[in-house]
Design a protein around this ligand. Structure first.
Ligand SMILES: [Zn+2]
Length: 281
């Protein structure tokens, strides 16, 4: 069973939406649980010793664009904006009018969640267009401090239980992009990761990960480019090809709107009930 998480927090320091598993939970996790961390957040490095000495298999799915700092990250920009703005938000996008009051933290959270749903459904070009509408006088912000560096990634890749996988180059929803962009995202990330870790990168995790973020054509392209295993967060899909399980589905450790029952199930597993886990790959 594979678990998909993002960032690790100490019991006392959970402070952002992407911190979704605590170090205490990780320490107690059943050894049959394989851990995966998407996006390459910095907190992984803080717990390097613990992770490196675990019996569990661990995969870090990296977006080179986040590490290099040449990719816009809509959720950071949106979250920064929603948290810092005092006035209400009113705008039109593609013929639809939007209005959000941003006075209380509940209202800010509501606004972020509602807009996130839209951002996940549109391509990267439209995401930039929407950010330009929402954020007046938008400036380029460097978010590299939130992510692992190549040196850290190389060091982590030296641990026998840790592998580095690709999470595309710049984290688009591949299903919203054209063929050329899909090919670039899959190829370029593999090349850049392999150059930096000096090893083959054969794992791929689709950004967002649900069945509305990939299709069979994208899977075939990824296999053609040389990926051996492809990870989703879609528990219902199970493609079996050539007698080998190529598509691997993961449970998520953070709340997921599309599968909240499964999220509860994964939290139940993380809490340490023995003999319930199946090592499925
Ligand atoms: Zn991601």
């Amino acid at each position: 069973m594979y678990l998909c998480s993002h960032s690790i927090y100490e019991k006392s320091d959970q402070n952002s939406y992407y911190d979704d598993i605590s170090i205490n939970e990780i320490k107690k996790i059943n050894k049959n649980f394989h851990l995966t961390f998407d996006d390459g957040y910095l907190s992984i490095y803080k717990y390097k010793e613990i992770l490196c000495n675990m019996k569990n298999k661990i995969i870090l799915f990296i977006c080179p664009g986040f590490i290099e700092g040449d990719t816009n990250i809509w959720w950071f920009e949106l979250l920064d904006f929603v948290n810092k703005t005092n006035s209400d938000l009113e705008f039109s996008f593609r013929g639809k009018n939007f209005y959000f009051s941003l006075k209380t933290s509940k209202e800010r959270e509501f606004c972020y969640k509602k807009l996130s749903i839209i951002f996940k459904k549109i391509n990267q070009r439209s995401q930039q267009e929407l950010l330009n509408i929402i954020i007046k006088k938008r400036k380029k912000i460097d978010y590299r401090k939130n992510f692992l560096t190549w040196e850290m990634i190389y060091e982590l890749s030296q641990c026998p239980n840790i592998s580095i996988g690709s999470h595309t180059y710049s984290h688009p929803n591949l299903k919203n992009e054209d063929k050329k962009k899909v090919s670039f995202e899959l190829k370029k990330s593999k090349e850049v990761i392999e150059k930096n870790i000096k090893k083959e990168c054969s794992y791929l995790a689709f950004p967002y990960g649900g069945n509305n973020s990939f299709d069979n054509k994208i899977i075939d392209k990824a296999l053609e480019i040389g990926y051996k295993n492809i990870f989703t967060t879609e528990p219902k899909i199970n493609f079996i090809k050539k007698e080998k399980q190529i598509i691997i589905n993961r449970l998520t450790s953070s709340p997921n709107i599309s599968n909240d029952r499964l999220w509860l199930y994964s939290r139940y597993l993380i809490k340490g009930f023995k003999n319930i886990l199946i090592n499925n790959v």
